[in-house]
Design a protein around this ligand. Structure first.
Ligand code: HSE
Length: 404
């Protein structure tokens, strides 16, 4: 029997305990031995909970207990998660975590530490909730040169954008719903401002390119400026609006960004709705791969954490190699990256059509029945060119990038 400890008994931590209990026989068979939770670390007590007697309020009993071979970290944030995970690895315990903030910031360092101690640091649940994506990137598409990863990586914002599009719900009402369902982060800015998706694309890019991609270097824009009017235009043009995290290699440089995009119905990610996540991986030999599944939520995320625990039980004294060096990858300047834009501009179409055509090569000019504004799609421009042109004329109200 293997004894484990769970750090953080919130949404995901309690999900891990539930999955281990609910699928006990199956998990035992897959792991080759029974897995028992010996400790649960949390600041709170849980009177009446089946784990009540296992709750501890400090990390020491766990670190000092040689019986504990695996630590599950589902606390979130980097403090004290980083100190605790480091201490566990230093004490020779493998770690499985769902914590994308921890992995994005300290992944390379913690992997190095695990390797040094011949144990494992696994983080399947940190990206895409229950979707297997870390393991395929690390173990399956290894013969390919990956040149693009594009994903809908945040369940909360995808849920929100889907409801705004399909049920015309307001931003605030739909955010509240996502929080009630347990999808959203403690601080919802992490979801709606795109920070969560940014950390996830940083993790995927680091794995795909083998070097440290710093999330601070990734241009990030959330969904807070997306309005009902934008949704109306998108509908009229037969597009959906999605929050994409993208990292793409062009002429040897990697360009990464997080932003809302207009997605045509023929794009592989256009039908990824509600809390689902979708990840498109493009390799030079294999072509396009799509990964799809529940991107947030207690049990799907816990399923990925427990799968890592099972892998760690099967590799108790063997380090599973994960290529992610501490060497920093210098990203290309996102202002040089090229794409088309959907633009909303104020004024009367007939008065301003020629000006917009001359400046942006505007086509697909469209109205939604307002006589004081219209929308159009630009030629393919770099971010810098677009910004210069937009600054040179009056009345640009908003722009949304088009998905490639
Ligand atoms: N808040 C995150 C999301 C949770 O909505 O995707 C899963 O990482």
């Amino acid at each position: 029997m293997i004894k484990i400890a769970v750090l953080g008994y919130g949404n995901i931590g309690s999900g891990v305990v539930e999955v281990l209990k609910r699928n006990k026989d199956h998990v035992t068979k897959r792991a080759g031995q029974e897995i028992e939770v010996k400790y649960v670390l949390d600041l709170r007590d849980f009177p009446g909970d089946p784990m009540e007697d296992k709750v501890v309020h400090s990390i020491e009993p766990i670190i000092n207990d040689p019986e504990v071979k695996i630590v599950v970290e589902t606390m979130g944030g980097t403090t004290p998660a980083y100190e605790y995970v480091k201490a566990a690895l230093e004490a020779g315990k493998s770690v499985s975590t769902s914590n994308k903030e921890l992995v994005a910031k300290y992944g390379a360092e913690l992997l190095e530490l695990a390797k040094k101690n011949n144990i494992n640091f696994l983080f399947e649940a940190s990206v895409g909730g229950g979707i297997p994506i870390i393991r395929p990137l690390n173990q399956s598409v290894t013969s390919d040169e990956i040149y693009e990863i594009t994903g809908i990586l945040n369940g909360t914002t995808n849920y929100m954008l889907t409801k705004m599009e399909q049920q015309a719900m307001s931003f605030d009402a739909v955010l509240k719903e996502a929080q009630e369902k347990g999808y959203a982060e403690r601080h919802p800015e992490a979801d709606v401002e795109g920070y969560d998706a940014c950390r996830k694309i940083a993790i995927l890019s680091s794995l795909a390119f083998g070097c440290q991609v710093d999330f601070n270097d990734i241009y990030t824009e959330g969904i807070t400026k997306i309005s009902d009017t934008d949704m109306e235009y998108a509908k009229k043009l037969n597009y959906s609006i999605k929050l994409f995290g993208t990292s793409r290699k062009v002429d040897g440089k990697v360009y990464a960004m997080v932003s809302p995009v207009m997605v045509g119905k023929d794009h592989p990610l256009s039908n990824v709705n509600d809390v689902m996540n979708g990840i498109l991986v493009r390799g030079d030999v294999i072509g396009d791969l799509m990964f799809y599944g529940a991107g947030a939520g207690k049990l799907p995320t816990a399923s990925a954490v427990v799968a890592d625990v099972i892998d760690e039980v099967k590799h108790l004294d063997t380090n599973i190699t994960i290529q992610w060096s501490k060497n920093k990858l210098e990203l290309g300047d996102f202002k040089d990256s090229k794409k088309q834009f959907f633009v909303r501009v104020s004024g009367d179409i007939e008065n301003r059509r020629k000006e917009m055509e001359d400046l942006f090569g505007a086509y697909n000019i469209v109205t939604i029945g307002k006589d004081d504004e219209f929308g159009f799609i630009t030629n393919c421009l770099s971010e810098k060119e677009f910004e210069e042109k937009a600054n040179s004329c009056v009345g640009i109200q908003s722009r949304i990038r088009l998905a490639k």
